[in-house]
Every structure is written in C-alpha cells, then in structure tokens.
Design a protein around this ligand. Structure first.
Ligand SMILES: Cc1cc2nc3c(=O)[nH]c(=O)nc-3n(C[C@H](O)[C@H](O)[C@H](O)COP(=O)(O)OP(=O)(O)OC[C@H]3O[C@@H](n4cnc5c(N)ncnc54)[C@H](O)[C@@H]3O)c2cc1C
Length: 484
C-alpha cells in the first residue's frame, strides 16, 4: 500500500484533518526532544478515540506498515522519531481524565493527558500524581509509561512503574489488553511492569490508572555547597546511609550553578565545586526532625555553606535554579546534548572526574546536573551544530560517558529510555542471552516487528557490527555472526 492508498484507507473512518500527509503538515512531527535526529514520517494519524486507534493498528498490521506512537514528543532519546515508511500515531487528542476517585486515590486517564494536568485535577482533594519529570508541564502520561519516567520526587515516591496500577493497551493486531489490578497483587506474569518502559515497542497505551498521593503538609529544602565533588558525593551517600529518604536530592556542578545563577538569581554559592539540594517533606514535626538531621550530615560531610529554606518562597527559589538548568544551558550554548546514565552513588566523584577529563579531551564544555539520590546523571554537553563535525564529536563524547557508567556498574539510561540514541550501548550493557530474551518478548507481542522498529533493542547483527559487546568471563560473543 503506498502513501496515498493508505491515506484514503484511513480516511474511511478518520476525518480528513486526522490524517496528515503534506510535507508542511508532517514537519512538526519530524523529531522529538532529541532534535539532532530528524526523519519525516510517511503519514501522521491523529485518532480521537480508542476505537480509532484500534482501526489504525488493524490497517497497519494487515498492510505490514510500521507504527510509531507519539505522546507530546518531549522524549530525549529519539523514541518517537518517525519511521520513513511508517505511520506516526499521535495520541495527543486522547486527553480526557476519565475518572478521579479520591477515596481510592486513583485517576483513570487517557494517554494524551499531560503529567501536570493530573495533579492539577487532583489538587481539589489534597492529592497529586508524584512522578514529576522536569517536562511535566508538557509530557503525556502515555509517554511517561512508555519511558518509565522519573523526576525529583521519584527517590522517595518511586518511578512511573510504582505509581500506576492498570493499563489498557492495544496490540499491533488491534486486540485490547487490560493489564494490572485494583489490588496490590495480580496473578500471572507482571505485564504492567513489562509494558512500563517498553518504549512503544509492545503495544499502544490507551488508558492509564494512576495512584494519587496525599500532598505533604510541609516541605523544606537544605541547600549545601561543597568545595569538591567528592565531599558532595559523600554527603549524598551519608544521607541515604543514615536511613533518610529525601523527597528530592539533586546536585549541580560549578558550571551549572554559574549558568543558572545568571538566569534565575537563586542565590547559589558561585565558588562552590558542587551544590546539593536536599528536601524533606511530611508533617511539620517530621520535616523539622529530618531537616535537623540533614543539616548535621551536611556539616559532617564538609559542606562550606548550609542554608535551609525559611518559607515556601525561599524553597521555590532554591529549586528554581535546578529546574532552569536545561534552559540555562540553551542560553550559553547554541546546542546541548543531554545524556542520561546511572551509576552507583559511591562512584559519583570518580565518574564526574572522568567526565571532566573527557571534556578536555574532546574540547567541549559539559554541565553536570543530576538526580544525586538515585545516581542518575544528566551531563549536558554543549556544542554548536553549525560547526562541521561538532555533533559527531559530541556523540562520541556522550558514548564514552555511557561506557563509563557501565564500567562503574551503572546503566546507560536512568529515565530517558534507549530510543535510537543509545541502541549501540545496549550491546555493551547486555549479554547475548539477555538480548535474545528481549527479542523473544518483542516477538510475542509484535511478531512482524511493526511497532517502533529499530529502537530500544539492537539486533544481534547490529551488536556484532558495532563491536562493543558485553564481555563476560572471556565468553566469545555472537560466535555465529560474521565480523565486519
Ligand atoms: C526539558 C525536558 C526535561 C525532561 N526531564 C525529564 C525528567 O526529569 N525525567 C524524565 O524521565 N524524563 C524527562 N524528559 C524526557 C521526556 O519528557 C519523558 O521521557 C516523557 O515521558 C516523554 O513523554 P512524551 O509524552 O513527550 O512522549 P514522546 O516523546 O512522545 O514518546 C516517548 C516514547 O514513548 C512512546 N509512546 C508515547 N506515547 C505512547 C503510548 N500512548 N503508547 C505507547 N507508547 C507511547 C513513543 O513511541 C516513544 O518511544 C525531559 C524532557 C525535556 C524536553
């Protein structure tokens, strides 16, 4: 089926403006938040109901046309990058909050609902949806499920997977799967966890039931400055080691604090090598006790300056710099590339020193801002896409950072997913048996490989060609595959 035949087939059940195929209409969909990579789709489909999603998938399944689901397109790993021969399936029009149950503390929502819109709707009951990606004003809950997104609050309240209880998912052949349960446990395999973080490779999410959390009575944040990254890293480990689970624990290096201070005037210490923000929330008594303990630990860990927010305005001011880190990078560099890897907390100082050395080696500046509590790094490599070769250099720098994360015992993604960006690093992260298992799972849901092809899980051939495979006790890797 060619593009025009597909358009007319889809227009038998979709209105004309829900099937886009003119170049100027397709252009807004050519990339997600990873704008270094662009690809025009064959067509864009904009269903308004679950039934329309099913019909679109059925058409694509029969005609063997690839389908890439898209929420708000804020993903940072190219997960929603279109397929040249495929349909870009936008879920943006499915944006209703279907049910809000304050007694059960749940909300049943369509996939295009914005993350923050759930908390806004739940606020009247003193409730909110805890996972809070920095993009929460724009990103959709369907995208959050597909990426298993996290945010500042996830250290204490869990990732997306810990905050959803049920999903409705449409398989590539149009079947409806109802996954999860109202109770704490459900019989059978845990398909809810499998689907969460599956990056649009296994099915299309059409409904999500999320847990709502009571808003804490009070929140207060400690802002601590350190002379060196090692002491700041130790402070993070000491807080967790003392049995405290902060509501958020974020770190910024000197280049970041300088960039954001110019922008938001949060009052950061500009001479410090690192700044740590550590928040406590709960009842007034719990917060007072935890803040006292955090202050003590910061002092013991060698902080050169410690400030505690005195009121809500000051708390928000302290956070303002952290929240503005990405736009601040955009102010000091024409382009930036946000990496996302995790490492064990104890490796923080070593890995950050390694990134500093790579920055010198590649001649590219790098800002470090990250979810310190869970060891999730976000190095922002600053570059200029108009300078020939600089993007390629940036990609190499980024790949070396991810290799370092693996060597430190961490992972190549903390929360942004693999998409197409980190697909080669998957070859280093996983062994052949594990990759085969991933392919078997994919084949069980989507035997023809039509959903989001080429993303998240590399083919074994790709790993052989890439030559960066996981070495385990000297085992020969992919022995059956030719070397290139
Ligand atoms: C400034 C900025 C800050 C960010 N901060 C964070 C952060 O703090 N934490 C974090 O985790 N992420 C962050 N992100 C990344 C991004 O916002 C998240 O990954 C988010 O969950 C993507 O949601 P989306 O609706 O934009 O999805 P998209 O980008 O549209 O899609 C992401 C992936 O999900 C799939 N998908 C989308 N909808 C569906 C569906 N209904 N069914 C099946 N698959 C689907 C797509 O195919 C794709 O693979 C940030 C991004 C930006 C631009």
């Amino acid at each position: 089926m060619n593009a025009l035949e597909l358009v007319s087939r889809l227009r038998t059940f979709l209105p004309p403006d829900a099937v886009l195929h003119e170049i100027e209409d397709l252009r807004p969909y050519e990339c997600d938040g990873l704008s270094a990579y662009r690809q025009m789709p064959l067509i864009v489909a904009l269903p308004r109901t679950e039934n329309e999603v099913i019909e679109i998938l059925e058409v694509c399944y029969v005609a063997k046309i690839p389908v890439v689901a898209r929420g708000a397109g804020t993903g940072l790993s190219g997960g929603a990058l279109p397929h040249a021969e495929g349909v870009l399936l936008s879920l943006a029009k499915l944006k209703q909050i279907l049910e809000l149950d304050p007694a059960a503390r749940t909300a049943r929502v369509q996939p295009g609902v914005r993350n923050l819109a759930i908390s806004e709707a739940a606020a009247q009951y003193g409730l909110y949806y805890a996972p809070d990606p920095s993009s929460q004003i724009a990103c959709s809950i369907g995208g959050n499920v597909a990426e298993n997104s996290g945010g500042v609050h996830c250290l204490k309240y869990g990732l997306t997977v810990h905050n959803i209880i049920k999903l409705r998912v449409i398989t590539i052949d149009g079947e409806i799967l109802e996954i999860g349960a109202d109770g704490l446990d459900a019989p059978g395999y845990d398909l809810l966890a499998l689907m969460t973080g599956s990056e649009g490779m296994l099915g299309v999410v059409t409904e999500v039931t999320v847990k709502l959390t009571p808003k804490p009575e009070k929140a207060q944040v400690v802002l601590a400055a350190f002379n060196d990254l090692r002491s700041a890293g130790d402070a993070v480990a000491n807080v967790i080691g003392a049995g405290i689970i902060p509501a958020g624990m974020e770190m910024m290096d000197k280049m970041t604090t300088r960039a954001v201070e110019e922008y938001v005037h949060a009052g950061y210490n500009l001479d410090a090598a690192a700044i740590l923000l550590c928040e406590a929330d709960g009842t007034a008594e719990e917060v007072a006790e935890e803040i006292r303990h955090i202050n003590e630990i910061m002092e013991r860990s060698g902080a050169i300056e410690i400030r505690t927010s005195r009121d809500e305005a000051e708390r928000l001011k302290f956070w303002a710099g952290r929240k503005a880190a990405f736009p601040a990078a955009g102010r000091i560099s024409p382009d930036y590339y946000c990496m996302d890897g995790t490492i064990p907390r104890k490796s923080l100082a070593n890995v950050l020193s390694g990134i500093e050395a790579l920055s010198v080696e590649y001649g590219l500046r790098c800002m470090n801002v990250f979810h310190a509590g869970d060891g999730n790094l976000h190095p922002l490599i600053l570059y200029d896409a108009n300078q020939p070769g600089e993007l390629e250099l940036t990609e190499k720098f980024g790949a070396r950072i991810l290799q370092m994360c693996i060597q430190a015992g961490g992972t190549i993604t903390g929360e942004h997913g693999v998409g197409m960006e980190k697909i080669d690093q998957m070859c280093s992260q996983f062994k052949i048996g594990e990759l085969k298992m991933f392919h078997a799972v994919k084949a069980a849901f989507d035997p023809d490989g039509l959903l989001n092809p080429g993303k998240a899980v590399p083919t074994l051939r790709r790993c052989a060609e890439h030559g960066a495979m996981h070495v385990h006790r000297g085992e020969e890797k992919f022995p059956g595959l030719p070397r290139f």
